[in-house]
Write a protein that binds this ligand. Structure first.
Ligand code: RET
Length: 250
């Protein structure tokens, strides 16, 4: 377990501030998404409500992580498990919101979620022992195991989503393309942050880098991603209904 009392004042402040940014971003995005969900057609509302729930869960965990970090300055143990509990809940939900906003036929939707949800839970569960491990060997082993479901998720998103993209109207299809890019770019930051100690970045630098990496990735993967889901829902609502398009000026 990393000893927070060994951080320099600057390192401590950097982590303190980035955790605070994480909390503020989750808080504001939750309110925005819950308030705005009524502004899309009913069949897209579920996706927006799930997005808001993801940031709500993360807001709670950032508060707990922040409190734990402050207590750790006084010598208490810093609790890293909050992140993994957060991911265990929010990563399957992020995949559900992505599938929900596409409004696919029920059979396609079920087929996607029944594979993506268990794979994402497995990815997080297998990563946790490696995060807790002090030796690089164990980190590499659990990291490699966790990468198997990670690659499977990317495969499903690329192959299956590409098929459904072809059926979406032009601007919607471009925005969904960006949504997927955002997902891949931000999800890639997690394994890189995890690997810092293995890449030879030592002790406190690895800790600070990891906290910043995970937090910035969380803000992009949950908040920016959730707002992009909202945009997709508005574009799809406008494509479905011209009265909506006129009233919302889409
Ligand atoms: C771990 C362990 C090392 C190998 C891999 C990992 C992947 C983690 C990912 C996490 C995504 C989290 C998200 C959270 C936001 O809500 C577990 C670090 C591949 C991809 C999207």
């Amino acid at each position: 377990m990393f000893d927070v009392t060994t951080l320099t004042a600057d390192q401590y402040d950097a982590v303190y501030n980035v955790l605070s940014l994480g909390f503020a971003s989750m808080f504001a995005t939750t309110i925005f998404l819950y308030i705005s969900q009524g502004r899309v057609l009913p069949k897209y509302r579920q996706a927006i409500v799930i997005s808001g729930t993801v940031t709500l869960i993360a807001m709670y965990h950032y508060w707990r992580i922040f409190e734990s970090f402050v207590a750790a300055k006084g010598g208490a143990e810093f609790n890293e498990a909050y992140r993994y509990v957060d991911w265990l809940l929010t990563v399957p939900l992020l995949l559900l919101e992505t599938v929900a906003v596409l409004a696919l036929p029920a059979s396609e939707r079920k087929s996607l979620t029944s594979r993506l949800v268990p794979a994402s839970a497995l990815m997080i569960i297998l990563g946790y022992p490696g995060e807790m491990a002090m030796e690089n060997g164990a980190k590499m082993l659990w990291g490699a195991l966790s990468t198997i479901p990670f690659l499977y998720i990317l495969y499903v998103l690329f192959v299956e989503l590409t098929r459904s993209l072809e059926r979406q109207p032009g601007e919607v299809s471009a925005t969904i393309g960006r949504l997927r890019l955002l997902l891949i770019a931000t999800w890639g930051v997690y394994p890189l942050s995890y690997l810092m100690p293995v890449l030879g970045i030592d002790g406190s630098d690895a800790f600070v880098g990891r906290q910043i990496g995970y937090t910035v990735a969380d803000v992009l993967a949950k908040c920016l991603f959730g707002l992009t889901i909202y945009k997709v829902a508005k574009l799809k609502s406008a494509a479905d209904d011209s009265a909506y398009a006129a009233s919302e000026n889409v």
